[in-house]
Ligand binder design. Structure first.
Ligand SMILES: *Cc1c(COP(=O)(O)O)cnc(C)c1O
Length: 428
């Protein structure tokens, strides 16, 4: 279904202009906005599967499991796409466990990360038969062993190790450094493994790390791999086998022209190192989140008002920080594209939402030709948007649609005020 007037968006081949109209796969976004209203999240199944395929190519002929880090986007139908494609899941709460199971995830392919697992969550995960607990502290080892013993079970564990990759060379890495809350320090890891091996309720099955998010260079991964392999050697020299190596997630996407390594190219380099050091035939796990879904989604939002000013022109839209929290939280940049041509004159705008906070902005200083009633697509909105959405200002969460070729399925209805008030009670 290509025409001479088709032009894919840069870095997002599943979103394209056809005769000036923005499409996702073979569906016009304007039709979806008309049918379902705005704000509306729209996802491309083909974009998710092609992001996954890059990892699958990287692991061809190896023993590997891709566990989608579902906190990036935990909508059931999105999980279903990955479960059907053979992925496991990396979860960080009991709620995520229930979602993964409801979407068809196989318990043995689920790994449980996070620094604050409760006893109840541990018990729930043990009862479900998950594949591995990624333990983040020595205190957690003790509690997990107690919970498992009381349940008459043995918990499969990996210890999340903090590789402490040099911050001077890679200052953008934020979770694999000394001084953040994640993982066990590199120089404590051997002692932690000795303790794990001695506890009655635990069975050591691997080692893991996760060095940060939106990583756009290969060097920190290569450095971290060396640090992890050093540890694997010393732990195994102490007589504790580590059947799997879980290398976490964190690979970045292009929001604004970034050029992160492709997953297959990155893994080709990592396997060079692994093969050279004699670890190429281990079982590998990875936990990608953003890189599987980030550029598969867009958020459609209608222009409500144009508000020219002395210093700034504002374009007020119907999506806000409760739908798209990344700009307010991380000063993140999202591309904004009108769904079609407009006869309006172009001007420079800050794009802002209706929420009563100055932090409620979606984009700054963008040149746009728009008028009220036009619909804009906020791109790269597949990861860490809907899964972080809130009801601030008593705004219902947006609806979601998943597109597959020329078919579009509503995968989440727009949240109503009744939905929001359902758990609340007036005083007697
Ligand atoms: C968030 C997280 C991931 C996924 O990170 P991305 O940057 O989205 O790939 C993987 N593993 C753990 C432990 C995480 O906390």
């Amino acid at each position: 279904m290509t025409s001479p007037h088709t032009a894919a968006l840069p870095g997002q081949p599943h979103f394209s202009h056809r005769d000036g109209e923005l499409f996702v796969e073979d569906v016009a976004l304007r039709e979806l906005a008309r049918e379902h209203g705005t704000p509306l999240f729209v996802y491309s199944k083909a974009a998710m599967l092609s992001a996954l395929a890059a990892y699958q190519r990287g692991f061809a002929g190896r023993k590997a499991r891709i566990c989608y880090a579902m906190k990036a986007n935990s909508s059931l139908a999105v999980l279903q796409v990955f479960a059907q494609a053979g992925c496991g899941f990396d979860i960080v709460s009991g709620g995520e466990l229930q979602r993964a199971l409801a979407a068809g995830g196989r318990p043995a392919d689920i790994i449980f990360s996070g620094v604050g697992k409760t006893r109840a969550e541990m018990r729930q995960a043990l009862d479900s038969g998950i594949g591995c607990f990624n333990v983040e502290s020595e205190a957690e080892l003790e509690v997990l062993s107690e919970v498992a013993t009381a349940a008459g079970a043995v918990a499969p564990v990996s210890i999340r190790v903090n590789p402490d990759v040099d911050p001077k060379t890679h200052p953008y890495i934020s979770t694999g450094l000394k001084g953040n809350k994640f993982g066990v320090a590199h120089d404590r890891a051997l002692a932690a493994y000795r303790r794990a091996a001695a506890l009655p309720g635990l069975r050591v099955v691997g080692i893991d790390c996760h060095i940060g998010s939106q990583i756009t260079a290969a060097a920190p991964y290569l450095d971290a791999m060396d640090r992890i392999l050093d540890l694997v050697e010393s732990v195994e020299a102490a007589g504790i086998a580590l059947p799997h190596i879980d290398f976490g997630g964190g690979l970045g996407i292009a929001y604004q022209g970034e050029q992160p390594p492709a997953a297959d190219a990155l893994w080709a380099r990592l396997f060079e190192k692994l093969d050279a050091r004699g670890f190429g035939d281990r079982q590998f796990l990875i936990e990608p989140g953003r890189s599987l879904v980030g550029n598969a989604g867009a958020c459609l939002t209608e222009v409500l008002y144009l508000k020219p000013g002395e210093q700034k022109n504002f374009c007020v839209v119907d999506a806000a920080m409760n739908d798209l929290p990344r700009p307010a939280m991380y000063q993140a940049w999202h591309a904004i594209v009108p769904l079609g041509a407009s006869s309006a004159a172009a001007s420079t705008y800050d794009i802002v939402g209706p929420v009563c906070e100055s932090g409620d902005w979606i984009a700054r200083d963008r040149e746009l030709a728009v008028r009220p009633g036009d619909v804009l697509a906020v791109l790269s909105a597949g990861a860490y948007c809907m899964s972080m959405a809130s009801n601030y200002n008593s705004r219902g969460r947006a609806a979601e649609v998943l597109v597959d070729g020329d078919r579009a399925v509503l995968i989440r209805a727009r949240e109503t005020v009744a939905d929001q008030m359902r758990m609340e009670r007036l005083l007697p």
